[in-house]
Design a protein around this ligand. Sequence first.
Ligand code: TRP
Length: 461
Amino acid sequence: MVSTRNKFSSKFGFIAAAAGSAVGLGNIWKFPFEVGKNGGAAFLLLYLLFCFVLCYPLLITEIAIGRNAQKSPVGAFKAIHHPKWTFMGILGVLAGVLILSFYTIVTAWVFGYFVEMLLGNFRVGDQFSEFIQDIEMIGGYSLFILAVVAFIVSRGVTRGIEKASKILMPVLIFILFFLITYSLTLDNALEGIKFYLVPDFSRINVEVIYRALGQAFFSLSLGMGILITYGSYLKKKEDIVFSGAVITLADIAIAFLAGLMIFPIVFSQNLSTDGGAGLIFITMPGIFATMAPGWGIFIGSLFFLLLAFAAITSIISLLELPVSYLVDQHEIKRDNAVWIAAGIVFLLSIPSLLGSGYSAYFTQFITYYGSEVPIDFMTFLTDVSSNTLLPFVGLLTSLFTVYVWKRKKLFQELNHGSENFSSSWLSKYVGFCLQFIAPAVLAVTFVVTILEIFFGVQLFS
Ligand code: TRP
């Protein structure tokens, strides 16, 4: 069957779009603060382990499912096999919309900081919490961002998604390197590096494992069907095994670099590593303020601008999911689907907007069992969507591939573009991972965390 689906125009275009989806706030905003909150190097180590051992095989599997079915997730599971499995696609769409609802708010913070920097206002330290309570401003920014993304997504795959990613990604990497060089020269930089790179294994517990796993999924845009969708736009001659490795490595590298940039700064300014969602907003302006005035404004605004761009390429992919669902399954016109999805996301983002101090109810939304500190709506949403739903869909994907679709078909699909894959050691590992490692690790983490964190059953501590 000759497909008429819009395709990525080149291998680089696909890699840029998929890496653009993967590299985002997850790497530069979320990763450093999760490392800071969850034990430094020990968390880093777990994260790396999950990325390589577990997530890479799942990543190429998702892409292969998409290319094979030529459909976005909900349709892909239908097309490949049992309609029963479509709920997996639906779970993915749901997770995506939930993630997007807080992701746009954080992007609005980033954008707001960009504007403040341009104006020469270094909002150092505490001013962050004041800033995010200005809900009209943040709400306005988030509306603006959604409109920009909706415009890009409505232009379609090659002209919109691919083009934006190709330009923005390389510039971001350049500025990161610049800032790392700067931060390594600060006093106390070494303390930061130690915290980041020398593991203290006593910090590892169920919650840290749970968060590291969720972070690996979130950062690689895995478990939601984004990669199924992107895979469906991929030509048969492209090498999924190789592209997948590039995407994984690029994503890990950028997260790693972001940590290398942040922790020397945290220690040189005597800040707490436990800064949570505010970490980059508290640390980075402080560093820009110490540069020569013109420079500080220049580098500072560039930093937040690029972060906003990185976020936008990720939002594009997050929005593409509900859009391709509406287009493929409900035959809604692409243009209309984009605006419907963006509108829903905006409405759903309101609790996250209010939960940053403005409304006490959403700021102290829930207190987990065994903890005294209530968490805000956004953190709760991350736990539900990224830390729980994504690995759960990942678990289902591995089971689906092994028992329903069958490994042979997966390998056949991967052989297109990577001729000898099915006879390589890597294919043996991928098969083993999908059948044993992924189900075991994901199922155990899923059950244990649900019981421990959400229901207060003490299994291990
Ligand atoms: N991976 C992106 C980041 O690190 C966020 C993201 C984009 C995402 N698309 C996704 C997360 C799909 C999970 C699923 O910022």
